[in-house]
Unconditional design. Structure first.
Length: 134
């Protein structure tokens, strides 16, 4: 009986170690991975915009939540080019703007949603000019 309990304890410890190691090894997506997920005709931004435009708020909310989570990874990366303080400021703003899109979707506020998306998409140029690597 005691041996069985010891084996069960060892099994639990092994599971905890495996899960803990897997979580520790989870890597932050690269800038390129974030941009690929967010931008383009099939990216989260375009999908979110289409859902909001069609007043499909449940879809827009899910997509905006994914957009916010994805963009939150951008500031975790080091800037490939330019001033680190500028990168920190602009990448955090980008993440905050994605969160504003999510809030507008959650509120089902079409006007705020459109404005937040416009702000979000217009922020790309300044950051790319200062920080995009070749």
């Amino acid at each position: 009986m005691l041996r069985k309990a010891g084996m069960m304890f060892a099994g639990v410890v092994a599971v905890v170690l495996v899960v803990g190691t897997a979580l520790a090894e989870e890597k932050t997506p690269t800038i390129k991975q974030v941009m690929k997920t967010v931008a383009g005709k099939q990216g989260l931004c375009a999908q979110c915009a289409a859902a909001g435009k069609g007043m499909k708020w449940e879809d827009a909310q899910k997509l905006a939540k994914s957009l916010t989570a994805c963009c939150a990874n951008l500031p975790k990366n080091k800037c490939p080019k330019g001033d680190a303080a500028s990168w920190e400021k602009l990448s955090k703003q980008y993440a905050e703007q994605a969160a504003a899109v999510q809030k507008a979707a959650d509120d089902k506020d079409a006007q705020a949603f459109t404005a937040a998306l416009k702000t979000f998409t217009s922020s790309c140029g300044a950051c790319h000019k200062a920080h995009k690597g070749k």
